[in-house]
Design a protein around this ligand. Structure first.
Ligand code: ATP
Length: 324
C-alpha cells in the first residue's frame, strides 16, 4: 500500500477532525501518501481529492465538524455510482480507503469492498454510540459533556422558577446519550427508546418527588423514547394531570453535534487513526476499529453494522436509585 484516502460521511461528530489528522500523520509516519476526499462518497464519485501532508492538518485537533465536509450520497447506493467511485480511486493511484462515519457509511464501504475487492477500514464517528464493536464512538463523550452543560444551565432557571423541564436529547433508536447525560445532570426521570417507563409511572414519580420537597424537576427525553409521545405531547399530558408545576420544554437539537472535542475524543480519534492506517498496511480490510477493554480492536463491518448496542442495565438501576 502506497497511497491511502480518507473521507468523512453521514452525520458529523466532534473528533472527526482529530481522526483525519491522525490518519494523515500516520500515513506520513509510514511514508505513505494521503489523499483527503471532500464531501464523503459524493466527492469520491466526483474525484474531489486533495493530497494531504502532515502540516496540512495543523490546528484542527480542537475543531468540531469536519474539514473534509460530510455528505449523504444517493448515487453511491447504486452500482453505477460505486463504479464511478472505484474508477476515481484507481485513477488517483489510491490503494486503501479509511471511512469515518456511522453504520450507513460502513455499509457503503463494505459493498465497495465486496464488488471491487478494494481495501477499506472504518472509524466509528457518530455521537449516538450505537455501533457494536466499540464501547465509545467518536463524538459520544463530547456530546455528553455538551448535554450535561446544557442541563446544568437549564437547572438554574428551573430551580429559580419552580419549573418542570422536559429536555429532548438526540437518540432515535438508542438511549445512550439520554441515560448517561441524565444521570450526570441529576435528572428526575430518563425516557429512552429501549424501555417503556409508562406515563403513569412518570406522573407518579414526579408527584412523589414533589411531596418529598422538590420544587423543580428535569426529565430527559431521547428523541425516540418508547412512550411514543413527542415532547410537546408529554408536556400537555403532565400539564393536564399534575398541579403546581410550570412545565417547559427545551429541545437541544443540533448543538449536541458541535463544539470542540473532549480530551477523551481527541485521544480516541488519534488512536483510531493509527490503528486504521496500520491495519490497512498489514493487509487487513473490511473492519471497523474500536475501543474494547481499553485496547484498540478490529470488528468485521458485517458485525458492526448488524449488531444492536444494548443499554447498560446497571446504569438504569443507578438512575432509578438516584431519583429517590
Ligand atoms: P449517521 O450515524 O449520521 O446516520 P451514517 O454513516 O449511518 O451516519 P447514512 O446517511 O446512513 O449515515 O450513510 C452515509 C452514506 O453512506 C449514504 O449517504 C450513502 O452514500 C452510503 N450508504 C449508506 N447505506 C448504503 C448502502 N446500503 N449501499 C451503499 N451506500 C450506502
Amino acid at each position: 500500500i502506497k497511497r491511502i484516502a480518507v473521507l468523512t460521511s453521514g452525520g458529523d461528530s466532534p473528533g472527526m477532525n482529530a481522526a483525519i489528522r491522525s490518519v494523515v500523520r500516520t500515513c506520513a509516519y509510514h511514508d505513505l501518501e494521503c489523499i483527503g476526499v471532500y464531501r464523503g462518497y459524493e466527492g469520491l464519485i466526483e474525484g474531489d481529492f486533495k493530497p494531504m501532508d502532515a502540516r496540512s492538518v495543523k490546528g484542527i485537533i480542537n475543531k468540531g465538524g469536519t474539514i473534509l465536509k460530510s455528505a449523504r450520497s444517493k448515487e453511491f447506493r447504486t452500482v453505477e455510482g460505486r463504479q464511478k467511485a472505484y474508477k476515481k480511486l484507481v485513477e488517483a493511484g489510491i490503494d486503501g480507503l479509511v471511512v469515518i462515519g456511522g453504520d450507513g457509511s460502513f455499509t457503503g464501504a463494505m459493498i465497495l469492498n465486496d464488488e471491487f475487492d478494494f481495501p477499506v477500514m472504518g472509524i466509528p464517528g457518530t455521537i449516538d454510540n450505537d455501533i457494536v464493536g466499540t464501547t465509545h464512538t467518536l463524538g459520544f463523550d463530547t456530546a455528553l459533556n455538551t448535554v450535561v452543560d446544557a442541563i446544568d444551565k437549564i437547572r438554574d432557571t428551573a430551580s429559580s422558577h419552580n419549573r418542570l423541564f422536559f429536555i429532548e436529547v438526540m437518540g432515535r433508536d438508542v438511549g445512550h446519550i439520554a441515560l448517561n447525560a441524565g444521570i450526570a445532570g441529576g435528572a428526575e426521570e430518563i425516557l429512552i427508546p429501549e424501555e417503556d417507563l409508562g406515563l403513569d409511572r412518570l406522573v407518579e414519580s414526579l408527584r412523589r418527588s414533589r411531596k418529598s420537597g422538590k420544587t423543580s424537576s428535569i426529565v430527559i427525553v431521547a428523541e425516540g423514547d418508547k412512550i411514543g409521545k413527542n415532547i410537546f405531547e408529554l408536556k400537555d399530558f403532565v400539564d393536564d394531570n399534575m398541579e403546581g408545576y410550570d412545565v417547559r420544554v427545551s429541545v437541544l437539537g443540533h448543538m449536541q453535534r458541535g463544539g470542540s472535542p473532549s480530551c477523551f475524543d481527541r485521544v480516541l480519534a488519534s488512536r483510531m487513526g493509527v490503528k486504521a492506517v496500520e491495519s490497512l498496511l498489514e493487509g487487513k480490510s473490511n473492519y471497523m476499529v474500536g475501543l474494547q477493554n481499553t485496547k484498540m480492536e478490529l470488528t468485521p463491518f458485517d458485525n458492526a453494522i448488524k449488531g444492536k448496542t444494548k443499554i447498560n442495565l446497571e446504569l438504569l438501576r443507578v438512575s432509578d436509585i438516584m431519583s429517590t
